[in-house]
Design a protein around this ligand. Structure first.
Ligand code: SF4
Length: 219
């Protein structure tokens, strides 16, 4: 029996999901200042029956929170979507807009926490509260066999969601963890943020080497 057994609930929260008061208050404030932004839970984006699930921690303020599509509109999206295009996980042209016509192939992108948290830092309680949507996404897509965690916190959040011990699967860029009890392998990468790429913590070569491993795994 795993946490994915049973009937999956909704894979995406409603636009007015009331479950995290701090995040609801924050999005209401932003709606007043930026009425043209999405400012709501961000649904997953991807293909039917994906084999790859990319998991970020939470929407970025001027990225997914503004555009309404994961990793779309901020710096991190450029490297992520271009790499997905290069590796055949996307088709079209990424233009940092949800209506750019880009489609994902065999892949889906989601966030463990669907609403924008202040300072990009969700609390443990908020991560727990949003967990059913992550689990429902996995349960509703049994085709997923590879998960790419972008950053240590996404990695740890994912393990906790599956009730696996973090200490047994330590985060390391480029690592692959076969998860016992699940037909899933978890791949780790440093987050493709501007900070990480500007400081050299994550280079394009380092990022593509993770996708090399994922492609080998899927083939
Ligand atoms: S973070 Fe998730 S659970 Fe919390 S309000 Fe947003 S959608 Fe709802």
């Amino acid at each position: 029996m795993s946490v994915l057994d049973g009937k999956p609930g909704p894979v995406d929260p409603p636009r007015e999901c009331p479950a995290c008061p701090r995040l609801v208050e924050f999005r209401e404030e932003l709606r007043a200042v930026h009425p043209d932004w999405h400012n709501a839970p961000v649904p997953s984006f991807g293909a039917e029956n994906p084999r790859l699930l990319v998991v970020g921690l939470a929407p970025g303020m001027k990225g997914a929170n503004r555009s309404g599509r994961p990793f779309t509109g901020d710096y991190a999206g450029h490297l992520l979507y271009q790499t997905m295009l290069d590796y055949g996980f996307a088709e079209g042209t990424y233009e940092a807009r949800p209506d750019d016509g880009l489609v994902l192939k065999d892949a889906m992108i989601t966030n463990a926490v669907r609403c924008l948290p202040p300072q990009n830092k969700p609390t443990g309680e908020e991560i727990r509260t949003c967990r059913p949507f992550l689990l429902a996404t996995l349960a509703a897509n049994p085709s997923i066999t590879a998960v790419l965690a972008l950053g240590r916190i996404a990695h740890e959040t994912f393990l906790t969601a599956l009730e696996l011990r973090r200490a047994e699967f330590p985060f390391a860029h480029g690592a692959k963890h076969d998860l016992p009890g699940y037909d899933l392998s978890l791949f780790d990468s440093y987050h493709c943020s501007r900070y990480n790429t500007n400081t050299g913590r994550l280079t394009q070569e380092m990022f593509t080497s993770v996708f090399d491993k994922i492609r080998r795994h899927l083939s």
